[in-house]
Design a protein around this ligand. Structure first.
Ligand code: AMP
Ligand code: FE
Ligand code: FE
Ligand code: ZN
Length: 287
């Protein structure tokens, strides 16, 4: 399939397995038209991705995915066309990443008490300067044979209700929506199926879209989300949540049937927002 769209993609800047350049090369080999780079709590992979795609037919939308919490569920807010170089945004994201470091260390300590002995140094090597996440800890566990897959590490130890789970500082979903808006981005609720009840509250905070097309969503689930989006005047977006080849075999880059007009609508909204916020101190996106 050529001309495909994928608006939810991770790189080694967070917990993805391919570098930004490798992700771009893969998207080009697949003949995709548009991808968005949406790393967890970081925009550090975006410049490399833009540079790798420059001059080719592949359009790259700068983005980010902010992890937030509600009492019983994790809520992820995507931000498209964020002013990724803005110092205020970068400072905030770097605070989130700092809190990820301490939290990963606490998980390693908890795992040790459960008989899973990992070296903190090795987890850091695996993360290699990225926004450190549970998948990096999971890979260290896999490497030492404590689990047979990344999924098993989550199921047995570091999933939200697992014995080695540790929390960290997170914004509320509405705060993340406002933070994306302040960075001139378009906030979109990621993989919303389990958390769609938060849509009215997030709309009040300024949400502009809903990820209706997502890996594993059945056609009737996508239809439900499309009508929910329409009811609330939200844009529908979609993406695979690609993280690399191993670990998440079902999240395939560019494999979803996402209509190209999703990108047109998002871009049009971005252009309108940019026009109405000209004069802001944030740097404009150049993409
Ligand atoms: P963190 O950002 O450190 O809280 O880790 C969350 C990330 O772990 C998600 O973005 C996914 O990449 C991954 N993840 C979450 N749950 C699972 C699971 N059950 N199996 C495999 N990976 C998961
Ligand atoms: Fe992830
Ligand atoms: Fe997510
Ligand atoms: Zn994601």
């Amino acid at each position: 399939m050529t001309g495909g769209v994928d608006l939810h993609v991770h790189t080694t800047a967070s917990d993805g397995q391919l570098s930004p350049t490798s992700v771009i090369r893969k998207a080009q080999a697949l003949g995709l038209a548009t991808i968005a780079i949406t790393d967890h709590d970081t925009t550090e992979g975006i410049e490399e991705a833009l540079a790798a795609a420059r001059g080719s037919g592949l359009q790259v939308i700068p983005g980010v995915e902010i992890s937030t919490d509600m009492p019983r569920a994790e809520v992820h807010i995507l931000g498209y066309y964020v002013a990724y170089g803005d110092p205020f945004l970068r400072d905030k994201l770097s605070l989130f990443r700092d809190s990820r470091l301490g939290r990963a260390q606490r998980m390693v300590a908890k795992l040790a008490r459960l008989g899973v002995s990992l070296e903190w140094k090795r987890v850091q090597e695996i993360a290699n300067g990225a926004a450190v996440g549970r998948p990096h800890v999971a890979r260290a566990m896999l490497e030492k044979g404590y689990v047979s897959s990344i999924h098993e590490a989550f199921d047995l130890y570091i999933g939200r209700n697992g014995p080695a789970y540790e929390d960290r500082f997170k914004l509320s979903p509405a705060e993340a929506v406002r933070m994306i808006l302040m960075a001139n981005g378009l906030p979109v609720l990621a993989h919303p199926l389990q958390v769609h009840h938060s849509v009215p509250e997030l709309c009040a905070a300024g949400l502009v879209g809903l990820e209706a097309y997502y890996t594993g969503y059945a056609p009737d689930e996508t239809d439900f989300l499309l009508s929910l989006a329409a009811r609330h005047g939200l844009l529908a977006t979609g993406g695979s949540d690609f993280h690399g080849e191993d670990g998440w075999p079902e999240n395939k880059l560019g494999a979803l049937a996402i209509p190209p007009n999703v990108v047109d609508s998002l871009r049009a909204r971005h252009e309108r927002t940019r026009a109405s916020s000209s004069g802001s101190s944030l740097q404009p996106n150049t993409n």
